[in-house]
Ligand binder design. Sequence first.
Ligand SMILES: C[S@@+](CC[C@H](N)C(=O)[O-])C[C@H]1O[C@@H](n2cnc3c(N)ncnc32)[C@H](O)[C@@H]1O
Length: 249
Amino acid sequence: MKAGVKSMEMEQLFKKSERKAYIVNGKHLLIHGSSMDSYYDTLLSNIKISAVVTDPPYGINLLSSKNTLGRSKTVYKPVHGDTNTELFKMFYEKRIVSMGINNYAIFGGNYFAPILPSAKGWIAWDKKVNAGMSFSRTELIYTSFHKKTDIIEYRYAGAAVEREEREYGYKRFHPTQKPIGLLRRVIQLLPDTEDYILDGFGGSASLMCAAEYEGTKSIIFEVDEEYINQGISLYLSLFPSHEIKEIVF
Ligand SMILES: C[S@@+](CC[C@H](N)C(=O)[O-])C[C@H]1O[C@@H](n2cnc3c(N)ncnc32)[C@H](O)[C@@H]1O
């Protein structure tokens, strides 16, 4: 089964893996499960995936002891798998190298640099914020792109967060939630494709939302059911008329 897998066919494929998932608008597969689970090997090898765009746990115990970020008082849940970079290492080997995926963009690239081969096409996401803030002014994205090191300017702090939330009509709920507008810019850098983009660490399902805007199909994994449910709500707030079909086995 290759590109253009229909909703029904997707359901058939999924049946084999006996897990819970959602078929979103007949184009995206949102899986409540671990992207490392061997259960999904057959499923993933039967669907044509042309790119990975993902934001793995950075292995840095990101949140403070009070589960807050920087100077913000918002309390989040600790990020699952954030104690070391082993998870990413396994993901890179199993879901990128072994699957022969040649197009990828990996957020948090600086944390994974010791594991990754040297590359030309790093991208710095410039949040366009002033020095002295309590969070990073840039984030580094490791990519497969055979281009010069580049910058994506996408303002994202203070009022700009509110602008993105207003534009897309949501409230941020995940500690490392990436702006949908930024993810759209990253998807635009990938070669045009009829195939799927894989995000092994979906969080808020922001990549699925961005993929829908960009007319691209996606497969998203997330282990935390609360984020799956919040991700579905986020998607429906953007695309209220789209069908979401739950598959429980
Ligand atoms: C850095 S966050 C991603 C945030 C996401 N980019 C967003 O915009 O919301 C990493 C996510 O991976 C999830 N996760 C951790 N281990 C996982 C695994 N083995 N399979 C799938 N998801 C996993 C965590 O629960 C967390 O939500």
